[in-house]
Design a protein around this ligand. Structure first.
Ligand SMILES: [Cu+2]
Length: 174
């Protein structure tokens, strides 16, 4: 009986670990233009690459990118194109200057809706200042922080299972 409980618990533990890493959760891998970039002129399109395929639901627009200028006006086409792990949208105007904001809303491979924002600049000296390289370092740190929190969640699950296992074993030992 004791052995049975142990094997069962180990199986639960293993399945917890594998389900949490088997699916892509909609993390951004890269984008074009990249976050915090400074460009001489506006890009023709904005695209974002995710860590897994995006869910599609026929022609329904469940994955969207909306690009806005510094005044908050939408400067992207109403439709976004999904191609596997990538989503892109064309800009309606190249006459853009200043801070450009990108807002995305996607449904990840495992069915989670994921939203996010980032921005880049157009029309300013494309020289990398020390402040900007700090920004890039921070952005990189942000990505690893997110991965860290995922690991923490997984660790939390493992701890719960181990605690349960401990109490089950304790009960059977009596
Ligand atoms: Cu997920």
């Amino acid at each position: 009986m004791f052995k049975k409980v142990f094997v069962l618990s180990a199986a639960v533990l293993l399945s917890l670990i594998s389900t949490s890493s088997a699916f892509a959760h909609g993390d951004v891998v890269s984008s074009s233009p990249s976050a915090d970039a400074t460009l001489i002129s506006a890009p023709v399109e904005v695209s974002i690459e995710f860590d897994g395929k995006l869910q599609t639901l026929g022609k329904a627009a469940i994955n969207t990118i909306t690009v806005t200028d510094e005044q908050g006006s939408v400067i992207s086409e109403p439709t976004s194109t999904v191609d596997g792990t990538k989503i892109s949208t064309k800009l309606t105007s190249v006459d853009v200057i200043g801070l450009v904001s990108v807002h995305y809303r996607i449904v990840s491979e495992d069915g989670h809706p994921v939203e996010g924002d980032y921005s880049f600049r157009v029309g300013e000296t494309p020289m990398l200042t020390s402040a900007q390289s700090e920004d890039i370092a921070e952005a990189d740190a942000g990505i690893s922080e997110e991965k860290g929190s995922n690991l923490l969640v997984n660790a939390g699950g493992v701890i719960i299972v181990l605690t349960l296992l401990f109490f089950i074993i304790k009960r059977f030992k009596k």
